[in-house]
Structure formats: structure tokens, C-alpha cells
Design a binder for this molecule. Structure first.
Ligand SMILES: NC(=O)c1ccc[n+]([C@@H]2O[C@H](COP(=O)([O-])OP(=O)(O)OC[C@H]3O[C@@H](n4cnc5c(N)ncnc54)[C@H](OP(=O)(O)O)[C@@H]3O)[C@@H](O)[C@H]2O)c1
Length: 345
């Protein structure tokens, strides 16, 4: 097998591709011959050494990768009823940047026929995050107005689609004009281009009474304004802090980390109670053991993809050997949809 290994945190040069013996499944495990692995911004943060759950569960050296799609090519003694050749999606938490992965059978899901392998590998991390944020935490309701930051991106695009599917009015914010059409195509009713002026003023014009839900992975750069845009009752869902990191430089800057950490708002429980505005947060990688959340989310999502209620985002493929280019591209902030690594032709 081939896999990507990060021996210690650093820049793109730390993404080393190595050959290793094929892993053997035991007991209830199955082995997936990987056709595509999803790339997430969190993988870049793991490479930089700033992803706490990666240190907590695995440490370095580490193979990043939360998700793959492929076919079953070997099974353990307690998984003999899983047919060789079955097309699956597997959630991996870590280890997905590889040509073969071994996972417990509880972590595989039948690939919807409507999706290619590349598309299937783009689903779990983004859509489970969006699903838990919107349905598990914020409990989006028909007719609500929601604001989605980075609406043309991986999680943002999934939030836009799920928000529209739930009957909400979805307003997206994007960082570049070229992303407007993509965000619209993924379910946004209106899109604000933050590069062309005051996005907060525009958000107020688009929903003068405020927003029931705002979904924010920027951190310090937008969190305060996101909270102020809530109506009552309103919910701010926080799921990332990517403005703490430089665009496209590959390595964090300690000065920037410290500055943005200090600038990150601390929300006042008295003010929240008095105005019926709440702050919610999530990190999917710490929810991995919560099988009910994982399975309910995947079940709902995969049925929706099979029925055509959700569509795969635009996909950009990179060879597994070219993983550094995928990270470099994602960190520019210019990509749309999802990037995937293709292990085998
Ligand atoms: N909490 C969780 O469980 C969880 C799970 C998955 C992802 N996440 C987080 O969700 C966020 C989105 O992840 P993703 O994989 O879907 O990525 P993505 O949205 O496809 O790409 C990142 C986007 O963020 C924006 N951005 C803002 N500051 C940036 C910076 N300094 N560098 C690069 N991009 C920047 C850019 O879009 P615009 O310029 O258009 O805004 C960029 O296209 C990340 O912060 C990630 O860590 C959290």
C-alpha cells in the first residue's frame, strides 16, 4: 500500500508518501481499497501541528484523512458477510490518505449509486459537520433565515444545501467574486462577496430583522459581527477558526496566532440570556465515538443523495503523490467545493 505520512509538524514538505505492507483486517474489521480520499482544511491544521484531537488520539507520525470511498478487498473473521467488491464510503477520523485502509465495519456505509467514488469521498466530514451543526445543535426550522460563511467551500457548501433542504432562506458569504455562482448553485438564495465591501452592512440589508442562525468557521475576523447579526431567538454555531492561519504560507505564524487568539470574542452569558441569543460549538473528531450521531447523520445524508435532494459539490482531484499541491491549493482560500486525492487510476 501507499500512504501519506507526516513525521512531524511543518510545511508542505512534511507530506511524505511511503510504501508499506497492506494492513490486514481482523475480527470485525474490513479493508477498503481506496479510490478517493477527501481533503479537509483540518488535514492542513494537522500537518501544521495545531489540531488537538490528532495529538490526543494518534500523535506524530500521523497519516491524515477523515474519509475515503472505495471497494472492500478483505474482511476479518467476524465480517465475512460483507461481500468483497462492495462499494463503500468509510469514515476514518485519521489514516484516510492511503491506498488501503482498515476500519471496523461500523465505519463503512454503502456508497450511493448516484455518486462517483470522488464524489462519495467528499461527503462524510463536510456533510456530517454541517448536519450536526444545523440539525443537532441549531435545530434549523422551516422559514428561518441563516447566514453561512465560506458558502462555496466544503462545509459551507454542505450547510447551504442542508439549509435549503430544511426550508430555510440561505444567505452565503464568500471571499471572492468567482465563488458567487458556486454558492448559489449549492443552495444560497443570495450571496455576499466579502471582498467587494462591507459584508455586515450587506447582510443587514438582506435580512433587516437579523438571522436565526449564523454558521462561522472564520474565528476572530467575523465572530463578533456574526453574533451581532443574530435576531432573537438566534443561534451562532462556531466550528472553526481558519482566520488564525495565514493563507497559502504553509506554516502558522506565532504572532498571528497570539493576536487572533486575543481578538477572539468571549461571549457574556448574562447578555446572551437577556437577548435570547446563544453560542453553540462543535468538533466532529471528538464526536466520533458517538455512533448514534454518526449513523443517524450518515443515514439521513445518504438517502438524500440517493434521492437527489443533495448533490455532490464541485470536485477537484489530485494524485495521492501530489498531496502537497492539494494542501497548498486549499490554503490559498481560492478553492471551491471539495478536493480529493486519487490513490489509484
Ligand atoms: N469543527 C468541526 O468539526 C469541523 C469539521 C470540518 C471542518 N471544520 C472547519 O471548517 C472550516 C472549513 O473547512 P473546509 O475543509 O470545508 O474548507 P473550505 O471551506 O473548503 O476552505 C476554506 C475556506 O475558508 C475561507 N478562509 C478564511 N480564512 C482562510 C485562511 N486563512 N486560509 C484558507 N482559507 C480561509 C476561504 O473561503 P472564503 O474566502 O470564501 O471565506 C476558503 O476557501 C475549517 O476551519 C475547518 O477546520 C470544522
Amino acid at each position: 500500500m501507499k500512504r501519506v505520512v507526516v513525521d512531524r509538524p511543518g510545511g508542505y514538505e512534511r507530506l511524505r508518501v511511503e510504501a508499506a505492507r497492506d494492513p490486514e483486517p481482523v475480527l470485525d474489521e474490513v479493508r477498503v481499497r481506496v479510490r478517493a480520499s477527501g481533503v479537509n482544511y483540518a488535514d492542513c491544521v494537522i500537518r501544521m501541528g495545531l489540531y488537538e484531537s490528532a495529538k490526543h488520539y494518534v500523535g506524530y507520525p500521523i497519516t491524515p484523512g477523515f474519509e475515503v470511498a472505495g471497494t472492500i478487498d478483505a474482511v476479518g473473521s467476524l465480517a465475512r458477510d460483507v461481500a468483497i467488491g462492495t462499494e463503500v464510503i468509510a469514515v476514518t477520523r485519521f489514516g484516510g490518505y492511503a491506498s488501503h485502509v482498515v476500519v471496523p465495519r461500523a465505519q463503512i456505509f454503502a456508497k450511493p449509486r448516484a455518486l462517483s467514488f470522488d464524489e462519495a469521498a467528499s461527503i462524510p466530514a463536510n456533510f456530517l459537520t454541517a448536519h450536526w451543526a444545523l440539525h443537532g445543535l441549531a435545530k434549523v426550522r422551516l422559514g428561518e433565515t441563516i447566514l453561512v460563511h465560506s458558502a462555496a467551500g466544503g462545509v459551507g457548501g454542505a450547510l447551504s444545501q442542508l439549509g435549503r433542504r430544511a426550508g430555510a432562506r440561505v444567505i452565503g458569504v464568500v471571499g471572492r467574486r468567482e465563488k458567487i455562482d458556486v454558492a448559489r448553485g449549492l443552495g444560497c438564495d443570495a450571496v455576499i462577496d466579502a471582498s467587494s465591501g462591507d459584508w455586515v452592512a450587506r447582510a443587514r440589508v438582506l435580512s433587516p430583522r437579523g438571522y436565526e442562525i449564523v454558521l462561522d468557521a472564520n474565528g476572530a475576523s467575523t465572530l463578533r459581527a456574526s453574533f451581532e447579526l443574530l435576531c432573537a431567538p438566534g443561534r451562532l454555531v462556531i466550528y472553526g477558526f481558519h482566520s488564525m492561519l495565514p493563507r497559502g504560507r504553509g506554516r502558522p505564524s506565532l504572532a498571528r496566532l497570539a493576536r487572533t487568539w486575543l481578538a477572539t470574542p468571549r461571549f457574556d452569558p448574562l447578555a446572551m440570556t437577556g437577548t435570547n441569543r446563544s453560542v453553540l460549538a462543535l468538533n466532529l473528531s471528538y464526536l466520533f465515538e458517538q455512533r448514534a450521531i454518526l449513523h443517524e447523520g450518515m443515514r439521513d445524508l445518504l438517502v438524500a443523495f440517493e434521492r437527489g435532494e443533495l448533490v455532490a459539490p464541485p470536485i477537484t482531484c489530485f494524485a495521492l503523490d501530489d498531496v502537497a499541491s492539494a494542501h497548498r491549493a486549499l490554503e490559498t482560500g481560492a478553492t471551491v467545493g471539495k478536493l480529493v486525492l486519487v490513490a489509484q487510476p
